[in-house]
Design a binder for this molecule. Structure first.
Ligand SMILES: Nc1ncnc2c1ncn2[C@@H]1O[C@H](COP(=O)(O)OP(=O)(O)OP(=O)(O)O)[C@@H](O)[C@H]1O
Ligand SMILES: [Mg+2]
Length: 228
């Protein structure tokens, strides 16, 4: 379980995160929602260990952790999957991080094959990633992270560049991760597309957490009795 206590963060001019208190259970699927500038990306980057906290604490199963440990625990998927491509084929892209770890060829082959199958990318294994649709590229970004075996997947606006089909492809990949018990946190302006997968919603306002509760409680709070 990840716990943030009174976490504050500033880019230098005022605070972008204010006294964030949040508990995220292992295996949960959390939607991070809120207006532009409310702090969603900043919070994801803190959880990814890409930004240091200004004050407060982050604990993992009760133990204090710093940015380095968060970087080992989690991965951050950018909203534009094409920004994350490093290989000239789909399988090379998935293998890249494993090669950097210095694993042997057989081991890399096995892990890449498993990821290709799991994310339904086998047919595309020799394709140039730059020719993929947005949805397939987003699945590739997730697959390339998956092989590195992070516990936590942080996705920043993953649907912003996807059409309906792409969104379905991404959801397919995320439900595989969910089945494995991975923790998934998604910043989104389109929470509805993830309601069926999500276990909770965090609503941010002005750098603070305004609400954290179940999807149903969120829907009721936001929309009352309006049918979605
Ligand atoms: N690199 C930066 N330097 C200075 N201020 C920043 C930087 N990035 C974000 N901010 C500020 O921090 C606050 C939170 O921004 P953040 O990007 O985390 O919001 P967000 O909820 O992700 O917004 P959006 O929905 O537009 O992606 C905003 O006031 C923003 O202007
Ligand atoms: Mg953002």
């Amino acid at each position: 379980m990840i716990e943030l206590r009174d976490v504050c963060f500033s880019y230098g001019d005022g605070f972008s995160l204010r006294n964030i208190c949040l508990r995220i259970e292992r295996g949960s699927f959390v939607l991070l929602v809120g207006a532009n500038g409310s702090g969603k990306t900043t919070l994801l980057k803190i959880l990814a260990g890409l930004l240091p906290i200004h004050s407060g604490s982050v604990r993992l199963d009760g133990r204090l952790v710093g940015s380095e440990e968060l970087r080992e625990l989690s991965c951050y998927v950018f909203h534009n999957p094409f920004d994350q491509i490093v290989g000239s084929t789909v399988e090379e892209d998935i293998a890249f991080g494993l090669e950097n770890l210095g694993l042997n060829r057989n081991c890399i082959r096995n892990k890449v094959d498993r990821a290709l199958r799991m994310f339904n990318l086998l047919e595309k294994s020799s394709a140039n990633p730059l020719t993929l649709s947005g949805g397939t590229a987003q699945k590739l970004a997730v697959a390339s992270m998956y092989v590195l075996e992070p516990e936590v997947f942080l996705l920043d606006e993953p649907t912003s560049m996807l059409d309906d089909l792409g969104v379905e492809e991404l959801k397919e990949a995320l439900s595989e991760l969910k089945k494995l018990g991975k923790t998934i946190i998604i910043s989104t302006h389109e929470p509805r597309v993830f309601f069926e997968l999500a276990t909770s919603v965090v609503h941010m306002v002005d750098g603070g957490v305004d609400f954290h509760g179940s999807v149903n409680a969120f829907i009721e709070r936001q929309f009352g009795d309006v049918e979605l």
